[in-house]
Write a new protein. Sequence first.
Lengths: 439, 439
Amino acid sequence: MKSITFDYKNTCQINGSELDKVQKELPKEIERMNAARTSGYDSDYASINLPFDEELLKAVCARVKEKKSLSPTTLVVIGIGGSNLGTIAVLEALRGKFYNSDQEVKVYFVGTTDTDHVNDIAQITERELATGNNIILNVISKSGGTTETIANFEVLLEILKNHRPYNYHQFVVATTDENSALWDIARKEEFAVLTIPARVGGRYSVFSAVGLFPLCFLDIDIKKLVEGARSGCALSTQKNFTTNYAAISAALIAHHYRMGMIIHDTFLFSVALESLGAWYRQLSAESVGKAQTREGNKINVGLLPTISMGSTDLHSVAQLYLAGPNNRFTTFISVAHNASDLVLPTYSEFESVVPAIQGKSLQIIMNAILQGTEKAYAHDKRPFVVWEISEKSAYYIGQFMQIKMIEMMYLGFLLNVNPFDQPEVEKYKRETREILRLS
Amino acid sequence: MKSITFDYKNTCQINGSELDKVQKELPKEIERMNAARTSGYDSDYASINLPFDEELLKAVCARVKEKKSLSPTTLVVIGIGGSNLGTIAVLEALRGKFYNSDQEVKVYFVGTTDTDHVNDIAQITERELATGNNIILNVISKSGGTTETIANFEVLLEILKNHRPYNYHQFVVATTDENSALWDIARKEEFAVLTIPARVGGRYSVFSAVGLFPLCFLDIDIKKLVEGARSGCALSTQKNFTTNYAAISAALIAHHYRMGMIIHDTFLFSVALESLGAWYRQLSAESVGKAQTREGNKINVGLLPTISMGSTDLHSVAQLYLAGPNNRFTTFISVAHNASDLVLPTYSEFESVVPAIQGKSLQIIMNAILQGTEKAYAHDKRPFVVWEISEKSAYYIGQFMQIKMIEMMYLGFLLNVNPFDQPEVEKYKRETREILRLS
């Protein structure tokens, strides 16, 4: 199995010496990151140490074993944003869009407070409980006070209490910061509790209990996942730029942003990776969408992360992408080896419909479309880089996610913003609280 | 049931007289559109006449009846872009994300040539056929020569042929332009054929057989759907601007685009409407993402359509949206009446976790979050409009989609581009064909 590849020869807006210049800013940051590798969870870079935490793995596996002994048929993950995006990304990458089919334990994600959508899931849990099956509720909120999460948790907890009035507490796992309001209640109610290190932000928390508990519960090989993440960390903190893809990628995105490429499109040529795109969108938007520099000066950084799906969105947004202004930097992502290899029959009468595809595999056709798109981009001088993930396995998905999280830390540094906070989110939350108070 | 509402008081970048000026450009276009109402399918505006076509409804219903007489358990829709986005949008809006649960006939959509994803669906069809159940393949390609669609169709047709060697043709319905290459083959093979009027483009085709056949097959009330579309047409072609929301919305988007709002974010506060967003994204990108004006002058219009989901994406992109540059016009969309009305229990111990939500309904909480977000946008002078759809019913979804398609025609007119062609898409297709020829 060949390793992950990264190709940046088509970044038309940059030459070697310019790239060198951007990269010259990075060594100090790489040093700081390497120093953080030995300081546990006590730095902004805390999240990079999660995959090395053997105690964490043990604690998660123990909880999984304990809850699986109740023979549950259904896991309901209640969480939003950083509390579920990473988990869904890994799950879909490894199991595909139909991740519940043919699985003994089904999983449902409850994010926002959409009454009809939550009701669909409430009905499923109601039915399971009524027929004597067990369900596990994993409520996840870093702060412990996320409005949507607590609201949905209460609705589902009430159903659980109705059906299991004496031992409902056995079926709940709360994942939250130590001493949060949710943590207090969980302790009082005797729910199982898994904690998130204080300085690990939601968008960097996939390798904490936030992601590891539900993934392990669903029989994803979390040991391989964090093993991959460790290799991603090694690749991305090395001082040799030639193979430090996270650093090069960050340097390229930052450079092009300064040249007016204010949109960063992640264009994924694999259906199962769509949610990995959604995860990256949050990672980018919250990390480098900032109103102030590190020093507190007004800046309004506006790198807009968009997600496109190949080849689906070629039939949706390609017209705009190839006709509109040159204000977009593109990261193409594809998978080298898929699990299946469907081949077309040889129907000679179809040769006139679409030439040159008879008897070829779907993978060859997909690759041709990706390459055709790259050629069209190159011809139009629309800058892009190309990542190829070896396969959709726990190891390689873990590796890629860790590379992308470290890339984001470099990008924050290069754009001179703090990639670990999200101060503006308070704006709408404050307004919402006031409206709720009056309603 | 109150009708659809449209509120544009928070479009901070425009005043009454400026809006008047933009609107003054529109009356001639409205006249042309009204003239098109009587010219059948013989104009660029052809699609607006689809909902009035009684013959079409009859033909679709007859085909559905014929194929349902085979008692199929599964419908597989093979199509990409305009060939499936509208259908998925309507289906999810009416049935939610779990649209296959508790349904007698399941539906699967095969779009791109992702080998693992297509394999998942191939396995399902294989299993159904092997156990004696029937499936229907609905292959949809306007041009009749879409690479992905034909490739996937061949893979699935081969499975069908293996299991039903003598009468496989009975289980196929082809939807395409008259006399296309696919049409020829369908005729030869004795597949059922439904045609798309030549001048109805893919992104405007949801009310043609493209959308109506699969939707009717899945027991969606297509009569109500087109009835709603007819009312949307009437609302959107009226000369009275005060209630012609399509015209006002287009005027506002165009005006703000000229002021530098190059991103148009559609922010949907309803999980079931996510695919409606994806449908609108194509409608916008292909219609007004243009390299040339109507007169052939270079222009590179770059209105980027993005889709955000409330409240989910407040935990993902809100930080950027409230911190980044003021280059975005937002269209908020919500639903007035949902089917369910989940209410939180009153857990006094949770009052300290999230205040003021005990005993309230999820709908009230969702509304508070939407209003809180609007307040934060208004405070930051980020312009937006607000649509409220009465309910997620066939009638109101049909109405809304027709309003949005006509809005897009007005927008093309105001930006002086042709909203009906998509010339740049050929660029990557040409390259792809060449790569396939050599592979």
